[in-house]
Every structure is written in structure tokens, then in C-alpha cells.
Design a protein around this ligand. Structure first.
Ligand code: SAM
Length: 256
């Protein structure tokens, strides 16, 4: 039986490979800009109650805590939750935050709270049944509340393999990562995810691509061009077609 991927064993590599890199920086910059642009009240409104489902190291939640919001962080990985807690103790000891070692699927029946904003970033592609997560996330939103959903885009993977000449791989349609790798087990078709949102009763407000060209660049260029210049271009192209649809991840803002 397939299981949701618990990051306990990937904890060390995850921190180094995702957040210690340009990739992590670009991802944060695009997500942050998009979220604040769509939900400006995050900056100048009253504190909100926010759930980060599958929080990992809590990097994004730390930024929201900095704005004074009240947070609940949940994850099935005890190791990552402990690292998130440590990061909060060191960087935001005053934050109003609760850490829950629980699956997002089990949270609704163990927590009657409904949230103003639910964050779920880079989690769906690690789930055995990704489509089932949307009704669970929906049930934790107050009416009118928002969902910030980021998922791994299969179209980007197909395109990257095509330009690298991995034609047989594309033909096989097998894009799942190896067990214990940081390549997700379920890259997702954006149209399918948008359909799940709609059938759960969520309205899609806007979407952007996250890393629309960096992952296709030659290694030499990635290492020599200044990261600030790359981020500026990523931000600009993240919302423009056809680049948007080529994002390694898609970030969707939806509303209940
Ligand atoms: C790629 S990490 C993303 C972490 C974080 N959201 C971020 O953007 O950096 C995926 C996380 O989802 C967690 N996860 C997987 N299945 C889950 C589930 N059913 N409920 C809650 N967390 C889950 C993993 O343990 C891991 O921490």
C-alpha cells in the first residue's frame, strides 16, 4: 500500500538541498510576493489564524509569524517538526504558535478550529492520495477563507526531460522519484488539481509558476549570474504565459 512520505529520513538533506540554495530562495520570493499581493491584509490587517499543513521546517510560517499572525503547524515528520520548533524558539520566541504531530487528513476530526488561511506547500506530490487532501483542507477553512496551495508540476518535468533529450523517459511517462529521493512520488497535472479544487467548492483566484526558467538553465549560468537578477526575472515571468505554465511548482490561491 502506498503511503504519504514522512520526511523523517530526509530531514538533513531537505534543509541543505532545498532551503540552503538558490532554488529555495527563488521559491520563497515568488510565493511571498504572490501571497502578499493577493492578500494585502496579511500585512496591514488584524492577526489571522493560519494553518500550515505539512509545514516541514516551518520556513514560510516563520515569515507569517513575523507579521503577528497566530499559527498552527502540522506535519507527520517528528524530526522536521522539532527543527521547526527550534527555529521558532531561536528566531521568533514571542510567536503564538502550536506544533502538531499529525497528518493533515486526521486534523479535521482532532481540531474543530477553522482557519482564515490554510497553507499547503509542496505536500500534495508526496501523498498517496493527493486528490483526497483538498476536501480535508477545505473543511479547515472558514467560509470566505483562503487556501495557498503549491504543488509540483508534471508539465515542467516533461519539458525539462524533453530539452535534455530524455525522450525514452518522456515516452514511458514514469516521473515518480526513487524511494528516499527528494524527487516527489506524485508530480501533478495542474488541470487535474484545478478540477479537484473546483469540485470541492473552492474558487481559484489566481495562480503563478514558481521557478519558470531557473530549473532549465545551464548549470554554469545558474552559478555565475547574480541571484538577485534571476529572482527579479523569475518574479516578472511567474505570472506571464507561456512561462507561468512551465513553473517547476504552481502556486494557487483559492477561496472557500
Ligand atoms: C517537501 S516537504 C514541504 C515542507 C514545507 N511545506 C515547505 O514548503 O518547505 C513535504 C512535507 O510534507 C509532510 N507530509 C507528508 N505527508 C503528510 C501528511 N499526510 N500530513 C502532514 N504532513 C505531511 C512531510 O513530512 C514533509 O515535511
Amino acid at each position: 500500500m502506498k503511503r504519504d512520505r514522512n520526511f523523517d529520513e530526509l530531514a538533513g538533506r531537505f534543509k541543505k538541498n532545498i532551503y540552503g540554495t538558490n532554488k529555495g530562495e527563488i521559491r520563497l520570493a515568488v510565493l511571498w510576493q504572490h501571497l502578499l499581493e493577493q492578500l494585502p491584509h496579511l500585512v496591514d490587517g488584524p492577526p489571522l489564524r493560519i494553518l500550515d499543513a505539512g509545514c516541514g521546517l516551518g520556513v514560510f510560517a516563520l515569515r507569517l509569524a513575523e507579521l503577528g499572525h497566530e499559527l498552527v503547524l502540522c506535519d507527520i515528520s517528528q524530526a522536521l517538526l522539532e527543527q521547526a520548533q527550534q527555529a521558532f524558539n531561536e528566531q521568533r520566541p514571542e510567536a503564538r504558535v502550536e506544533f502538531r504531530h499529525i497528518s493533515l487528513f486526521d486534523l479535521p476530526e482532532n481540531d474543530e478550529t477553522q482557519y482564515d488561511l490554510v497553507i499547503c506547500h509542496a505536500v500534495l506530490e508526496w501523498l498517496a492520495e493527493p486528490s483526497q487532501s483538498i476536501p480535508a483542507l477545505y473543511s479547515m477553512l472558514k467560509p470566505g477563507a483562503h487556501l495557498s496551495l503549491m504543488f509540483y508540476n508534471i508539465n515542467s518535468l516533461i519539458y525539462r526531460n524533453l530539452v535534455r533529450g530524455n525522450l525514452r523517459k518522456v515516452k514511458s511517462g514514469q516521473f515518480s522519484g526513487e524511494v528516499n529521493s527528494l524527487t516527489p512520488q506524485h508530480p501533478l497535472k495542474p488541470d487535474e488539481v484545478y478540477g479537484w479544487l473546483e469540485s470541492s467548492g473552492l474558487s481559484m483566484l489566481d495562480h503563478v509558476g514558481v521557478r519558470v526558467f531557473y530549473d532549465y538553465m545551464e548549470k554554469r549560468l545558474r552559478e555565475t549570474l547574480p541571484i538577485d537578477a534571476i529572482i527579479e526575472m523569475e518574479l516578472e515571468h511567474s505570472r506571464q504565459e507561456p512561462y507561468r505554465s512551465l513553473g517547476r511548482y504552481m502556486h494557487v490561491l483559492a477561496q472557500r
